[in-house]
Ligand binder design. Structure first.
Ligand code: RIB
Ligand code: CA
Length: 315
């Protein structure tokens, strides 16, 4: 008998890598993608909520897309359009949305769907965690109904936005702090693993050679990252957000460690840093709250992600 599809919400800020994560989710037989919730991040909310619908149109499917926060719970808006381009998708040709934005704020939809699928709902979060932070504040009982959060964010020993902080956490540390302290089981796919989950230029060329609109889009958007990430000594384009989605789909490709992770919100140099006791003898009195993903079987990751995009069918 076919496995029951797992109910999932993707909370994202598309964003070139969010877009690939969305293509994976939209076509994954394991998942029932209940909704996509958009948040301001890489680019503004107007663009992220439109890009989510553009990418779903490219995927040939219609999933309710709900707008969420237009900025962090506190602090200044920090975008990443230098990486994702002014439109958020590097100007790569992408269909116009075939359907309108759905009514209902992201945090309200998260609550409603958590109640409707109590204990089963998974949230994959690939942008700043503002929508979840607001949902946790408005609905204190949310943790009782959410099975887990698989998120792309953080890092144990370096940042990509400041020397100390990865973008998704840095963009809204207070929201991230609420999420990491919520008690909801968290899987954290930070830079430790996403910098290992890269595609080389040859593998990106192989993706493009598939010729399907979805594979060509992924190659054209993610290919940008090969050169960009050389300064991080990564020999290819890290698939940050697709890594979190692939964990949700195929956790056996990954390794990790249970540990405590906290979010620094005050540090002059360290605001937005995820602090962990994973590699410390001094364990946090708070106890482990995160499955910190640190390793990936990269060859299988590349092959399986490529196969999932190829499964969209012939060009
Ligand atoms: O640090 C990488 C993360 O920041 C990814 O989610 C990317 O989309 C950007 O939001
Ligand atoms: Ca993102």
């Amino acid at each position: 008998m076919a496995e029951k599809r797992r109910p999932v919400i993707l909370d994202c800020d598309p964003g070139i890598d969010d877009a690939v994560a969305l293509l994976l989710a939209a076509h994954a037989p394991e998942l029932e993608l209940l909704a996509v919730t958009a948040v301001a991040g890489n680019v503004g909310l107007d663009k992220t909520s439109r890009n989510a619908r553009r990418v779903l149109t490219l995927a040939g499917t219609e999933v309710p897309v709900h707008a969420g926060a237009a900025g962090p719970m506190f602090g200044e808006v920090v975008t990443a359009d230098e990486v994702h381009g002014a439109d958020g998708l590097l100007g790569v040709p992408t269909p116009e949305p075939a359907f309108p934005l759905s009514e209902g704020a992201a945090w309200d939809v998260m609550w409603e769907m958590a109640l409707a699928h109590s204990g089963e709902l998974e949230i994959v979060a690939t942008g700043p965690l503002t929508n979840l932070g607001i949902a946790l504040t408005k609905y204190p009982d949310l943790p009782e109904h959410v099975k887990r959060i698989v998120l792309m964010g953080g890092a144990t020993d370096f940042g990509n936005t400041t020397p100390a902080a990865e973008y998704n956490i840095y963009a809204d540390p207070e929201a991230a702090d609420l999420v990491f302290r919520s008690g909801i089981p968290i899987v954290m796919c930070g830079l430790d693993v996403t910098h290992k989950a890269y595609f080389t230029q040859e593998e990106i060329d192989r993706l493009e050679a598939l010729g399907t609109p979805q594979a060509v889009f992924a190659a054209k958007t993610m290919g940008f990252g090969v050169e960009w990430h050389q300064k991080f000594l990564v020999p290819g384009a890290p698939m940050h957000d697709p890594c979190a989605m692939m964990y949700a789909l195929e956790p056996e490709l990954f390794t990790g460690v249970r540990c405590w992770v906290g979010v620094e919100c005050q540090g002059r140099h360290t605001r937005g840093r995820t602090v962990t006791d994973a590699y410390s003898d001094a364990k946090s009195p708070h106890g482990p709250n995160v499955e910190l993903i640190t390793g990936v079987d990269r060859d299988r990751f590349v092959d399986h992600l490529t196969a999932r995009l190829a499964a969209y069918g012939t060009p």
